[in-house]
Design a protein around this ligand. Structure first.
Ligand SMILES: Cc1cc2nc3c(=O)[nH]c(=O)nc-3n(C[C@H](O)[C@H](O)[C@H](O)COP(=O)(O)OP(=O)(O)OC[C@H]3O[C@@H](n4cnc5c(N)ncnc54)[C@H](O)[C@@H]3O)c2cc1C
Length: 391
């Protein structure tokens, strides 16, 4: 098989890239190790920045998001027994966020690609990338017992943190930066009505908690936990007890309970690879960077990367010019490091680090007090939360 761009991974990065390339008249093939059912049901992100929403809208894949998603104009910070609203819209000249689950974005993109005759190879095993230093890189894979190969002009590594693309860049040609956090997130999906019109980020002596929503019937709740903890040790009753304790029933507010449909623990990690390109291989999304979920930036960074990459590839295929391709990594890294900064700051602001002394915990409260009482400080939070502009 021959195509212009071979894409490894059908997550938000890979699918959106394939869609954007199609709109530019560029052919691509997407190779995904999992089944369509699996990628369309994996529960992950839910917060879309204004720029991501606009991108989905203007490229014709935003209709269901507009119908079923929920626009939020603010978020709440809860600490010391009180809730403080950050007016995202008012502080950013009208920008907001959209709550729409990542697997719904995936469904919309898969459908759009297949309707347009796009090629997605699901359950592609043993993917390997070769020849990225030459002009015709190859992606080898196995499907239905057959050894297959896609020859292309460029390879986009969109296969997430645990994929194979990043390692295709020789070790001597890449630098990796990593920070591991001493805590993880215990996440649940519950069939319950929303507890709040807008997200609640709670800082509590027992640790962080987050109240978020997926739909009028399904809520997504998280609380900070030991990343080594075993979810089997958490009965439903214990989970609710912990959520109630951290959220406190302040100002007459109550957390809605319901049957727990899914639960799981994720570790928090910050990771960056530099550069995000080598020869004819370009990394995008989680393959290149991971942020702690506190800032809700991962999916949005993936969307920004592939927008930059699609423009650069379009220019190359139109004119043969490589300026935008050459700048791809530098352009994306600038935005990604800012998202790293914001995500780490939001995490430090709201989480309980057991190694912190009492002084540091008081400083954390002072920072929250300042943030919620200063328009300048709230604006800095708001403009990062709704998303910095894509260059
Ligand atoms: C609990 C949680 C909450 C989050 N909340 C938010 C949020 O609110 N907002 C936000 O913006 N982000 C959030 N994120 C982050 C977001 O989910 C990721 O950043 C996003 O999925 C990145 O997209 P991607 O396409 O780069 O990678 P992925 O979604 O990881 O997709 C990579 C794809 O590649 C496939 N693949 C892997 N290896 C191979 C291989 N060898 N061959 C072929 N295919 C392969 C995988 O199966 C997968 O389908 C959250 C993450 C978690 C875990």
């Amino acid at each position: 098989m021959r195509t212009q761009v071979g894409i490894v991974g059908a997550g938000p990065a890979g699918l959106l890239l394939s869609h954007l390339l199609h709109l530019e008249g560029i052919a691509s093939v997407v190779l995904e190790s999992r089944s369509r059912e699996e990628i369309e049901s994996t529960i992950r992100a839910g917060v879309l920045e204004q720029g991501t929403v606009d991108l989905l809208d203007r490229t014709g894949v935003g209709a269901r998001m507009r119908r079923e998603g929920a626009i939020h104009h603010g978020i709440n910070l809860r600490f010391a027994g009180r809730t403080h609203r950050i007016d995202l819209r008012g502080l950013t000249g009208g920008r907001s966020i959209m709550l729409y689950a990542q697997h719904e974005v995936i469904k919309d993109l898969v459908q759009a690609r297949l309707l347009a005759g796009g090629e997605i190879q699901f359950e592609a095993e043993g993917v390997g990338i070769e020849g990225i230093d030459g002009r015709s890189p190859r992606i080898r894979y196995r499907k239905d017992g057959q050894e297959l190969e896609v020859t292309c002009d460029f390879v986009a590594g969109c296969d997430g943190f645990h994929g194979v693309s990043r390692a295709a860049i020789p070790g001597a040609a890449r630098s990796e930066y990593q920070h591991l956090y001493p805590f993880g997130w215990f996440g649940i999906l519950t069939r319950a009505p929303p507890s709040s019109d807008e997200l609640i980020y709670a800082r509590h002596e027992r640790g962080f908690a987050l109240v978020s929503t997926r739909s009028p019937q399904i809520q997504r709740l998280y609380f900070q936990c030991d990343p080594q903890d075993d979810e089997a040790g958490w009965s439903d009753a214990r989970i609710w007890e912990e959520m109630h304790a951290r959220l406190e029933n302040v100002e007459g507010w109550r957390l809605s309970e319901g049957p727990i449909l899914q639960k799981g623990i994720v570790a928090l990690r910050s990771f960056m690879v530099e550069p995000m390109q080598h020869g004819r291989l370009f990394l995008a999304g989680d393959a290149a960077h991971i942020v702690p979920a506190t800032g809700a930036k991962g999916l949005n960074l993936a969307a920004a990367d592939v927008l930059v990459l699609s423009r650069a590839l379009a220019e190359f295929f139109r004119s043969g010019k490589t300026e935008l391709l050459d700048r791809y990594s530098a352009t994306c890294l600038r935005r990604a490091w800012r998202a790293q900064r914001f995500s780490r700051w939001m995490t430090a602001l709201t989480h309980r680090d057991q190694t912190d002394d009492a002084f540091t915990r008081q400083l954390q409260l002072a920072e929250l007090e300042y943030l919620t009482s200063s328009r300048a400080a709230s604006t800095a939070l708001a403009e990062n939360y709704v998303g910095l502009p894509i260059e």
